[in-house]
Design a protein around this ligand. Structure first.
Ligand code: NAP
Length: 325
């Protein structure tokens, strides 16, 4: 029997053709919810799902009794009920590694653009408001030689820390991670409790996954601990931060500036103050959004679903215990 898969995010023609050679494929790259009628019609027959950014709930799984595997085109898997998938014997695969360096580039882009006020100043030029030499009210702050506090020191955290330590001679602190002796040796990184990191870092950068333990990890109390003039960068997930507390801290000057790729609600609502604050650089969740990396992520997902539905070990699986079910 030919297995059926639903692809709910854009992949390239070669990738789609390779899936069509092996499976019956429903291609709905612009699907916005599994509750949409076109998805509801297919779910009862599907054996595999390939895509990203849509919430998969236990109710969605109830509608897909034949589902064997999901290949997410993302490394983060907070959109999936992992325990429930494992209980039902459904394998969940993700795309670690292939997006690490690109997401770290985005993290550093946010560090540099907030510290040097690049977006504000570029807007000034674009709008014809550069009419005299820039005075100190427009100066930014140095990045080189400063202290970078990494909240999370996994693949992406370590790649950002490496850019900071080796490229910008930054002093690297980290918390919310097991000890990393190799990074302590190669980057001079120092492991601290979160509070101590917040008190010492000039730039705090969040790269932890969103889990029950990390939801709203950074709130009013944490912003209050940061140094005057501190910059906050989030390339992880919006819900790791208490967004209302962050807006308040940016507004009252507790926090100097923020560089954000991710938000509590995405797309960011047009009436969010974050879209307009001059000390915020807000990007539309582009951490991994380059041609090369998105192609590599989709390829990893295509390979994962083929292997998983063929009963072979996937390249990167989140819940291998599902196979025991
Ligand atoms: P990773 O290698 O698993 O690193 C996660 C780090 O967070 C590790 O250092 C881990 O500690 C630490 N951590 C702290 N609390 C944790 C908890 N409760 N559960 C799991 N880990 C915890 O992941 P990564 O590849 O660096 O990706 C990190 C996150 O970035 C993803 O989950 C995703 O949400 C986000 N992301 C965003 C974008 C974007 O477009 N903005 C792109 C890619 C990824 P240990 O070192 O002790 O394991």
């Amino acid at each position: 029997m030919t297995k059926r898969i639903l692809v709910f995010r854009e992949i390239n023609d070669t990738q789609l053709a390779s899936l069509r050679a092996e499976f019956e494929v429903d291609y709905l790259p612009h699907l916005t919810s599994f509750d949409a009628p076109e998805a509801m019609e297919i779910l009862p027959q599907v054996h595999g799902l390939v895509g990203a950014s849509l919430k998969v709930t236990p109710e969605v799984l109830d509608k897909a009794p034949n589902l064997e595997a999901i290949a997410s085109i993302s490394v983060g898997y907070d959109n999936y009920p992992v325990d429930e998938l494992t209980r039902r014997g459904i394998l969940l695969c993700n795309t670690p590694d292939v997006l690490t360096e690109t997401t770290a580039d985005t993290g550093f882009l946010l560090i540099m653009s907030t510290a040097r006020r690049a977006i504000e100043l570029a807007e000034m030029v674009r709008q014809g408001r550069w009419t005299q030499n820039i005075g100190k009210e427009w100066f930014g702050s140095d990045i080189h030689g400063k202290t970078l506090g990494m909240v999370g020191m996994g693949r992406i955290g370590a790649a950002i820390a490496r850019r900071g330590a080796l490229g910008f001679n930054m002093n690297v602190l980290y918390s919310m991670a097991s000890s990393k002796p190799e990074l302590e040796k190669s980057l001079g990184a120092q492991r601290l409790e979160l509070d101590a990191l917040l008190e010492q870092a000039d730039i705090v950068c969040v790269t932890v996954p969103l889990t029950e333990q990390t939801e709203k990890l950074i709130g009013a109390a944490q912003f209050a601990r940061m140094k005057p003039g501190a910059i906050f960068v989030n390339v992880a997930r919006g819900k790791v931060v208490d967004e209302a507390a962050m807006i308040q801290a940016l507004d009252d000057g507790t926090l100097h500036a923020a560089g954000l790729d991710v938000f509590e609600t995405e797309p960011l609502p047009a009436d969010s103050p974050l879209a307009r604050m001059s000390n915020v650089v807000a990007l539309p969740h582009i951490g991994s959004a380059t041609h090369e990396t998105r192609t590599a992520m989709a390829q990893r997902a295509v390979d994962n679903i083929r292997l998983a539905l063929d009963g072979q070990p996937a390249l990167s699986a989140v819940n291998v215990d599902a196979l025991e079910r």
